[in-house]
Design a protein around this ligand. Structure first.
Ligand code: NAD
Length: 442
């Protein structure tokens, strides 16, 4: 669905009017498709002390083709700034953040990226060091609100000694693929199975539920474009759309209601036919919105079953059947409603917040050798689901984030593709918001 305000504010006359009236002017985001083969601006790496990210960032920069600089220059525009704040261990040394960003933040190009590296606070040696490392969250979330111009700002806690594990995450956070991700905190530690950063999704077996339209369709398209063998699942009633997608992309359609009693067995059979799944994306979801006092039991039950009960049961069935391959990935689609709560969505928010607990627990318990489980929590994404929201509420949802606009289904798909990457094994049990740094639940 088109965002008329965004288009208007970025047109000649519209831009002038918006400026004259003092209205916000959201910058059109630059995603992978728009960035295309544009020349890459240099990345700048600096640190508060010795720094520990040099070798890994050198490799990330070399793979992307962006030159890497080690010294700030007022004459350059940077596509990305990476500041290693691991050595900020007290109030005095934390001043390095001010010293660096005070100057450098203005040198970030439009659509640029900022990543602050920290040490997981619990690994800090003293209470003051833990305070500063935890404080980085506040710093990053505030800087993200100041950045504007389509610039994303994130905090990456890298466990000491596990710097190599951060490559796939740095690659994502510094790329146009993370266009609608900002103000996020991601933790990286040693993976159980070290995946090769150079490998992509080609040849991997990917299951996507709720695949016939919206976010699910975008996920299918992205994995198919990367050469994965995709099983696209949706309810039998969506068979026509699924067949169309299959004809166009060569994906395998699977008409199945995930809440059906036979769903577990059917999926295990599909997994065996594919030689096991490398990636499972639990995207199917429904809303049945009504204030709790008016909600009928069927509305409660169906949302809980589709959004949480069935995908949890299917995860268990696949795991018990050994149908998730070594170094496999499970990614669930949660929601900002689960983080912030939403009027009329007690059922939906419970099911979506449920995933925050589920990924935490299942990651800890383990699902197989090198298998990770994470969730993405989309904010306002332009789909049929959000097009159906009344105008005023839709406008508010769109604008109430640091990017001043809704996201696109492809933004969610890109984030899932990063979490599902063979080299992302160091990211486990986490929830990453794809919300342009929404003000809700912040
Ligand atoms: P959508 O309604 O366009 O697509 C959902 C798909 O899931 C549909 O194709 C539907 O047929 C399928 N589905 C529903 N019940 C199913 C079942 N029992 N078995 C198999 N498939 C089933 O919605 P969307 O906006 O693309 O949302 C996709 C996911 O993202 C959902 O989990 C949703 O809760 C979540 N989400 C969306 C937004 C947003 O802004 N659109 C925000 C946050 C989270």
């Amino acid at each position: 669905m088109t965002d008329r305000y965004l288009e208007f504010a970025n047109s000649g006359l519209g831009g002038w009017m918006v400026g004259a009236l003092g209205l916000p002017k959201p910058a059109p985001l630059q995603r992978r498709a728009e960035a295309g083969a544009a020349a890459l601006q240099p990345l700048l790496l600096d640190s508060a002390g010795g720094g520990r990210m040099g070798p890994v960032l050198e490799r990330v920069a070399a793979a992307s083709g962006a030159p890497l600089r080690r010294r700030w220059s007022a004459d350059e525009r940077y596509g990305g700034l990476v500041f290693d704040a691991s050595d900020c261990i007290d109030v005095a040394s934390a001043r390095a953040l001010y010293a660096f960003f005070h100057q450098a933040v203005r040198s970030v190009a439009e659509h640029g990226r900022i990543v602050v590296i920290g040490t997981p606070p619990e690994q800090a040696a003293t209470a003051e060091a833990e305070a500063i490392q935890r404080g980085l969250e506040g710093f990053v979330r505030s800087l993200a609100k100041e950045a504007r111009r389509g610039i994303g700002v994130q905090l990456l806690y890298v466990a000491l000694g596990d710097e190599e594990a951060a490559a796939s995450t740095l690659d994502f956070l510094l790329s146009p693929r993370s266009a609608y991700v900002s103000g996020q905190v991601v933790r990286v530690s040693a993976p159980q199975v070290a995946g090769d950063q150079r490998l992509g999704h080609a040849g991997r077996h990917v299951l996507v539920t709720g695949a016939s339209r919206g976010i699910g369709e975008a996920i299918v398209r992205l994995f198919a474009a990367e050469g994965a063998q995709v099983t696209a699942l949706d309810v039998p009633a969506a068979r026509e759309d699924l067949e169309k997608l299959a004809g166009e992309l060569g994906v395998r359609p699977l008409g199945l209601d995930i809440t059906a009693p036979e769903a577990g067995q059917a999926l295990v059979t599909a997994a065996r036919a594919a030689g096991g799944f490398d990636v499972v994306v639990h995207n199917a979801g429904i809303t049945r919105d009504r204030t709790l006092a008016r909600m009928d039991a069927r509305e409660w039950d169906s949302v809980m079953a589709v959004n949480l009960g069935a995908p949890l049961a299917l995860t268990r069935a696949l795991q018990e059947a050994g149908a998730i391959r070594r170094n496999g990935r499970i990614v669930a689609v949660s929601s900002l409603s689960g983080v912030a709560g939403n009027m009329g969505q007690t059922n939906y928010a419970l099911s979506k917040a449920g995933w925050i607990g589920a990924v935490h627990r299942l990651a800890k318990d383990g699902l197989g050798e090198g298998v990770t489980i994470n969730a993405v929590a989309p904010g306002f994404i332009e789909t049929r689901m959000t097009a159906a929201i009344p105008f005023a509420i839709r406008e508010a949802g769109r604008r109430m984030n640091s990017m001043g606009q809704g996201g696109s289904p492809v933004d969610v798909a890109e984030t899932i593709a990063w979490l599902a990457h063979p080299a992302s094994g160091g990211v486990n049990g986490q929830v990453v918001r794809v919300c342009g740094q929404s003000l809700l639940g912040a």
